[in-house]
Design a protein around this ligand. Structure first.
Ligand code: GRF
Length: 192
């Protein structure tokens, strides 16, 4: 039996990389339609880099410090293209991307955001949802466009907000859903 070639995915991280690991766990299934060919970071100290390397996933890191945004993004872009990357999954990548980079990956770059977009773009989503008295929070996976956290939403999962929730307890509950949702949406996208 011949199997279809897997979509080549790079995951961009800046931190612990738990979503990256969820994507990697799913990719370990032979039936998964994508493979992670690179984990890249703008922070050489990102904890997720070591976790990826421990699983045998190639990693690349370069600090953005001292570089112009477009210059740094061109470096990342070149590294991704050299690795034959076809899709990008942003997973806690804490850099605003240049318009040049975004247009070069149009329709092939996803992001996961811990709110029910279009609510609460940007940071501190859980604290803002709690402060607003929302009864429900959640997670969105969307295509990346030029505006921050603004591209077409591909899928969302709602998570209840309880009266005694803190941003941390809510974040932990949402994170469980993030880890379920992201691999599912990425798999759907690469096989469309
Ligand atoms: C996640 O909550 C994700 O939704 C947001 O940043 C966080 C990254 O966490 N974009 P991790 O590095 O994947 O653990």
């Amino acid at each position: 039996m011949t199997s279809l070639p897997k979509a080549r995915v790079a995951v961009l991280i800046s931190g612990r990389g738990s979503n990256m690991l969820a994507l990697a766990d799913a990719a370990a299934d032979p039936a998964c339609p994508y493979e992670i060919v690179l984990v890249a970071s703008n922070d050489p100290e990102a904890a997720g880099l070591a976790a990826a390397a421990a699983r045998g996933i190639p990693t690349w890191a370069q600090s953005h410090k001292g570089m112009k945004r477009a210059e740094f993004d061109a470096l990342v872009d070149a590294r991704l293209r050299a690795a034959g990357v076809e899709w990008i999954a942003l997973a806690g990548y804490m850099r605003i991307l240049s318009t040049e980079f975004i247009s070069g990956w149009e329709g092939r770059m996803l992001n996961i955001h811990p709110s029910l977009l279009p609510k609460y773009k940007g940071l501190d989503t859980h604290a803002r949802a709690i402060a607003a008295g929302d009864g429900v929070g959640g997670v969105s996976v969307h295509l990346v466009t030029a505006e921050l956290d603004d591209g077409p939403v591909l899928a969302q999962v709602e998570v209840p907000i309880f009266p005694d929730d803190t941003p941390d307890t809510l974040a932990a509950r949402v994170l469980i859903e993030e880890h379920r949702l992201y691999p599912r949406v990425l798999a759907q996208m690469v096989t469309r």
